[in-house]
Design a protein around this ligand. Structure first.
Ligand code: THU
Length: 130
């Protein structure tokens, strides 16, 4: 799967985001080490802290399907059009849990262009138990 196809999958799943409280809709699409695609969108809740991020949903889908490592993940979010949405701090830690040195995080940067980051760039000196 190409980066463009992964981006298209993130844009597509973003259309299903349940974001009625913030109005900020997010889509995430990832490819695992078995080359399987998993997607997720944010799912908000009237009890605000119970909402979940798009990356969280995509990671849960990967784990449920037996995937182990995120090879690439594309994330996009915005109020109307898809725009810049770098993963929040919590999601950086979640992605980190299932990353390796080659994991790529693909997002729209402040200039409006798709940009690829490494895990180390987004979460330097990360917390590990091992
Ligand atoms: N959100 C995500 O889905 N992923 C992120 O990395 C950042 C934030 C969602 C949470 C909430 O539903 C909305 O965006 C506004 O914060």
């Amino acid at each position: 799967m190409t980066d463009q196809e992964l981006i298209d999958a993130a844009l597509q799943v973003r259309k299903n985001a349940y974001c009625k409280y913030s109005g900020f809709c997010v889509g995430a699409a990832l490819i695992d080490e078995q080359k399987q695609l998993h997607v997720g969108c944010n799912v908000e809740n009237a009890s605000y802290p119970q909402g979940s991020c798009a990356e969280t949903g995509a990671i849960a889908a990967m784990i449920a399907a037996g995937g182990k490592i995120i090879k690439s993940i594309a994330v996009t979010g915005g109020y109307k059009e898809a725009d810049s949405c770098t993963p929040c701090g919590g999601c950086r830690q979640r992605i980190n849990e299932f990353s390796d040195s080659e994991t790529r995080i693909i997002v729209i940067d402040d200039g409006g262009e798709w940009h690829t980051y490494s895990m180390a760039e987004l979460l330097p000196a990360s917390f590990h138990l091992d």
